[in-house]
Design a binder for this molecule. Structure first.
Ligand code: FMN
Ligand code: SF4
Ligand code: SF4
Length: 270
């Protein structure tokens, strides 16, 4: 719920104009909340010229004042960095600093959510990577050994041989990790809304690379988690929650010299 400081309000109406849910009205040159429907998006806070509005129960001290040059991204540099980004499957043993992990979570936390539900949560796996990896590799092996028709139903027919090989490599004396590639940090992005979680994950990915780290999205993990009661229980997911993305993060042990080509975009201009 918003609170408006009447002493600061100059009745300009900018908050009324920018409020998506029409929650604010100006009467007697003072803005007032109607108390009908506020999605706590903060647009009124951001737009108010006199900083007259706060959201109760939110950490207002984290709000930053706009400063020209400090909040913009250079578009050419941004696009180049996206083109240079590669999925990393070779990690050095260097542990990712906690501050960098917190910055990645912050990028997820500040991502937009439908209706501003803010219903995306994060699970940082470090100490528990080993048991999780064991469980997932075992589960995938079980899936790989299902009868063909069941695999077809789960849409995993194609992966069977890969998962069998991954299991064998992992249980070999060299313990080759074809799931997390020996990365030291895994962040799971969890939500009841796939769309919200995937948007958060994409922003987190950008933050990963901006900090000199690298990552891969583990689709093997999300498939295993989607079909396995045991993994869901281990992760203590609430009813309806899914692991939308699994970010496997570390310092890259590979250096790329250039970007790669892609197929032309399929675009309809209408
Ligand atoms: C998946 C998704 C669907 C959304 N759908 C709509 C929409 O249909 N109409 C709309 O006005 N805003 C829509 N939004 C915008 C959200 O309401 C907005 O992101 C949220 O209120 C937070 O505000 P902010 O993006 O300015 O931080 C959508 C956002 C997301 C992530
Ligand atoms: S934007 Fe701020 S100053 Fe303007 S009407 Fe709203 S609360 Fe008052
Ligand atoms: S927080 Fe968003 S929905 Fe609530 S009053 Fe402000 S602009 Fe409107």
């Amino acid at each position: 719920m918003i609170k408006i400081n009447e002493d600061k309000c100059i009745g300009c109406g900018l908050c009324v104009k920018d409020c998506f849910t029409k929650e604010i009205e100006v009467t007697g040159r003072k803005a007032k909340p109607k108390g009908i429907r506020c999605i706590e998006c903060g647009h009124c806070i951001a737009v108010c010229p006199t900083n007259a509005i706060v959201l109760e129960n939110y950490p207002m001290s984290e709000v930053l004042e706009y400063e020209k040059g400090a909040f913009e991204i250079d578009p050419d540099q941004y696009l180049r960095s996206l083109k240079y980004r590669r999925t990393i499957r070779q990690f050095s043993g260097r542990q990712v600093e906690n501050q960098k992990i917190e910055n990645i979570i912050e990028a997820g936390r500040y991502s937009p959510t439908g209706g501003n539900q803010q219903n995306v949560s994060f699970c940082v796996m470090r100490d528990d990577i080993e048991p999780l990896r064991n469980m997932v590799i075992d589960e995938l092996y079980k899936f790989a050994n299902l009868p063909e028709e069941e695999k077809a139903k789960l849409n995993i027919s194609w992966y069977g041989n890969l998962w069998k090989q991954m299991y064998l490599d992992y249980h070999d004396k060299n313990r080759k990790d074809g799931l997390f590639f020996d990365a030291g940090t895994v962040i799971l992005v969890i939500s009841k809304s796939m769309q919200n979680a995937c948007i958060a994950a994409a922003h987190m990915e950008t933050m990963v690379y901006a900090q000199g780290l690298g990552m891969l999205y583990s689709g093997f993990f999300t498939r295993a988690a989607a079909h396995s009661k045991e993994i869901k229980e281990y992760l203590r997911l609430d009813q309806g929650q899914e692991v939308a993305a699994c970010l496997v993060i570390g310092y890259p042990d590979v250096k790329y010299q250039r970007t790669v080509p892609r197929k032309p975009a399929e675009v309809a201009w209408r």
